[in-house]
Design a protein around this ligand. Structure first.
Ligand code: FEO
Length: 385
């Protein structure tokens, strides 16, 4: 347990070995599960707890610090922050959980926490610990419907749960404000928060109103310079896009790659930042990061049997659920004997609706007419900037 300031302590643990989150998100640097203790003159409260994998280490830490929590604040029910709750409640049967009404429902469903152990709070409710007051701020959809923030009023510390976090694992508690941290926070934003961009912008404004002295998320470092992470979120959530096109592609016999390379070169000649990602190698996190500020997406794909390569369909599915700011998309590719290269990709866009700029599709090796189609597509893309 580390003291952050008088009466406020860090009880997080580092998971250096975790390689993937939610069986989807690669974790190049592992992650941390942050838990905090706030001690008032009369009561003490844990703010968020621990992933079940580290239950023993977490409980040992609590026992070693001689902590007997009166309250457990759950800012969000996802098990990386709540998995240890059943054990905590057996150990501290008088402890009461404070959380949002939706979180209460989730804790009962996901962990079978008895309803009488939980007190659901309203936005603005306060919990007095004696010289330390916790004020609850409901912040649904960053990133679950149950999320809330907890504001420690006397210290002006804001516990933001997953919001403003990073899968960034260093021994230092405080944010180093490095370019590595910015990259890690961007990856985290892209994978976890980007689908909720409008809510992120809304609660970013709320955080700015509060103007906390310290931001304490549930993953990654603690910010004693909140402007660092708030400014990054400003740029990621703003409606503006870069002069940038992301090109996820997969090519079986190089014909589709030739088309991708031709279009990419033409766009680059026109000053467009083209980020081509070979889907046989790219990880989802890198692709998501590139989508944060891209103006458009061009899918490059070979035909497999009667449709696009499954990796292209997956990339389109991923883009659809991540809901980036991209304004347009297009398809380029090649087929051997038949099939429909466009429809399965077009049909993926159900949650966000980038403009369809059409497709340039070659039969076999691209010929002069195919390059002319790519020239036209290039013009259509440039007209979007
Ligand atoms: Fe870190 Fe949404 O849990």
């Amino acid at each position: 347990m580390k003291e952050i300031s008088k009466g406020v302590y860090y009880l997080g643990l580092h998971d250096y070995d975790r390689k993937i989150f939610d069986q989807l998100v690669p974790l190049p640097q592992g992650t941390t599960y942050n838990s905090y203790l706030v001690r008032g003159s009369e009561k003490c409260a844990l703010v968020d707890t621990m992933y079940v994998k580290f239950s023993s280490a977490y409980i040992d830490m609590i026992k070693a610090a001689n902590v007997c929590p009166d309250y457990i604040v759950c800012n969000h029910a996802e098990p990386d922050h709540t998995g240890v709750l059943p054990q905590l409640l057996s150990l501290f049967p008088n402890a009461k959980i404070f959380c949002s009404p939706k979180c209460s429902e989730n804790l009962q469903n996901m962990l079978h926490i008895p309803a009488d152990k939980i007190e659901a709070v309203k936005d603005g409710d306060e919990l007095n610990l004696g010289g330390k007051t916790l004020k609850f701020i409901l912040a649904p959809w960053v990133h679950w419907p149950d999320t809330m923030f907890t504001h420690l009023l006397e210290d002006n510390y804001l516990f933001t749960c997953d919001f403003l976090g990073a899968h960034y694992t260093r021994n230092e508690l405080w944010a180093d404000c490095s370019s590595e941290l910015a990259e890690s926070a961007k990856r985290y934003y892209a994978e976890i928060m980007m689908p909720f961009r409008s809510f992120c912008a809304k609660y970013l404004a709320r955080v700015r109103e509060i103007a906390p002295k310290v931001v304490l998320p549930s993953h990654g470092p603690v910010y004693d310079n909140p402007e660092f992470i708030l400014n990054l979120y400003d740029s990621w959530t703003s409606p503006s896009v870069a002069r940038k096109v992301v090109v996820p592609y997969v090519s079986m016999y190089d014909n589709s790659r030739i088309m991708v390379d031709y279009l990419a070169a033409k766009l680059r000649d026109a000053g467009v930042n083209v980020v081509a990602a070979d889907l046989m190698e790219a990880d989802e996190g890198e692709l998501a990061m590139e989508l944060v500020d891209a103006a458009g997406i061009v899918f490059g794909t070979s035909m497999v049997l009667t449709g696009p390569h499954p990796k292209s369909v997956y990339a389109a599915y991923l883009a659809n659920i991540l809901r980036p700011k991209a304004k347009f998309y297009a398809i380029v590719g090649s087929y051997g004997w038949g099939g429909n290269l466009s429809a399965p990709i077009d049909n993926m866009f159900t949650l966000f609706k980038p403009k369809n700029l059409g497709a340039a599709i070659a039969k076999g090796k691209p010929s002069a007419s195919d390059f002319a189609a790519l020239d036209s597509l290039c013009s259509a893309i440039l007209a979007e900037f």
